[in-house]
Design a protein around this ligand. Structure first.
Ligand SMILES: *[C@@H]1O[C@H](CO)[C@@H](O)[C@H](O)[C@H]1NC(C)=O
Length: 413
């Protein structure tokens, strides 16, 4: 042996003998499994190291207008507006992209009216823009809108089809499958995607019913924790609350998903959309735009293109922010960032009253005596004042302030 050392492999037969011997002697040499909780389960497709960013057709178009013209124009708009450069790369089809029946050989076929050139041609176009294409299917016999077949029993066939078209992302619902639980079918599609060899971001969408935060990371890159969002303040804040409960389970490669963005769809005020986007960002939620980016207002653009808020979402530490203090309708959210920095979000959820919200360092986990500089992510300005141990702000109804706090280096002496 090289260097005269015994290779561990030469000891293997001896080890097996020992195991066999003790098994015979006492029947007590059980194989010991590492506890479920200690095992690192994670989808090894290399995707989702930060939350995915992109666009999806559902929140604005639902089944109408999910066609290749809209998708191509959306890809164009993502690039021309600068949203693609800001990080929004996935262009995702939702339900209603396929013909209602599979072809004679059992393959899914793109809807001939709305996608006359097929998905492959569309993927080629989207890729030519430097973007990625996402598609939608379902772990049932039909998709949720019942407009097209689901992938139940066709997981390998459909995964291969998606991969051959150049699909980069799959949103996978759990409708119309009788009594099947997602855990009986999501692993099948996860494995089928792996077998294609193409890295395809796998977005689990079973609406949080079976607490997917507890098992989703083994099969997908993110999992919905809530029912579908509606374009209202009540719906948005309740999705935020339901998602927050699972914060400890989020990590690079596997994220909690409180559903897609409604910013720009018109049901909330501009201030409320700022609250919406801020909470999604600090929660490390997927940032999937749901408005018509071909015709958006400057206000909408200024929210979804806010690079400083996006940077909180995409921070490499990947720690989902939590509500660290609640007092009536006043909320304080915090998330550690790389470089000893801290993201904090103040939200006044009161329907009409102003609120003075105080950030205490012991609530957000900064050591007492620490002096920080505060960057205001919506005013795009570093505040003149430095803060030690606390900071306080007045907020009007349904507004947010968002800061990144950086400890001053001069303290370290
Ligand atoms: C908030 O407003 C109240 C009433 O105007 C004022 O007394 C208080 O100083 C303000 N707090 C801050 C932090 O500006």
């Amino acid at each position: 042996m090289e260097g005269g050392r015994e290779s561990p492999w030469t000891r293997l037969p001896a080890l097996m003998l020992v195991l066999l011997a003790c098994a015979v002697a006492s029947g007590d040499c059980r194989v010991v499994h590492v506890g479920e909780a200690h095992r690192r389960s994670m989808l090894a497709n290399g995707l989702g190291s930060t939350p995915p960013m992109g666009w999806n057709s559902w929140n604005h178009f639902a089944c109408d207008g999910n066609g290749e013209v809209v998708i191509r124009e959306t890809a164009d708009a993502l690039v021309s507006t600068g949203l693609a450069a800001a990080g929004y790369r996935y262009v995702n089809l939702d339900d209603c992209w396929a013909e209602p029946e599979r072809d004679a050989k059992g393959y899914l076929v793109a809807n001939k009216k709305t996608f006359p050139h097929g998905i492959k041609a569309l993927a080629d176009y989207v890729h030519s823009k430097g973007l990625k294409l996402g598609i939608y299917s379902d772990a049932g016999y039909n998709t949720c809108a019942k407009a097209q077949p689901g992938s139940l029993g066709y997981e390998e066939k459909d995964a291969k089809t998606f991969a051959s078209w150049g699909v980069d992302y799959l949103k996978y619902d759990n409708c119309n499958n009788g009594d099947l639980k997602p855990l009986q079918r999501y692993p099948d599609m996860s494995k089928a995607l792996m077998k294609t060899g193409r890295p395809i971001y796998f977005s689990l969408c079973e609406w949080g019913d079976m607490h997917p935060a507890k098992w989703g990371a083994a099969y997908g890159n993110s999992w919905r924790t809530t029912d579908d969002i509606q374009d209202t303040w009540e719906s948005m804040t309740s999705r935020a609350d339901q998602n927050e409960v699972w914060a400890e389970y989020a990590r690079p490669g596997g994220w909690n998903d409180p559903d897609m963005l409604e910013v720009g769809n018109g049901g909330m005020t501009n201030d409320e959309y700022i609250v919406h986007f801020s909470i999604w960002a600090i929660s490390k939620a997927p940032l999937i735009i749901g408005c018509d980016v071909r015709h958006m207002s400057q206000n909408t653009y200024d929210i979804i293109a806010n690079k400083e808020v996006i940077a909180v979402n995409q921070d490499r530490l990947g720690i989902q922010g939590k509500k660290v203090r609640m007092q009536g309708s006043q909320e304080l959210w915090a998330a550690p960032l790389t470089g000893y920095r801290m993201a904090v979000l103040l939200v006044n959820r009161h329907a009409k009253d102003d609120a003075e919200i105080t950030v205490h360092w012991d609530d957000i986990g900064l050591p007492t005596g620490t002096t920080v500089e505060a960057r205001d992510l919506w005013l795009h300005k570093t505040l003149d004042a430095k803060f030690t141990d606390k900071m306080a702000f007045n907020l009007t109804s349904h507004t947010a302030r968002m800061f990144v706090l950086t400890p001053l280096k001069s303290q370290m002496n």
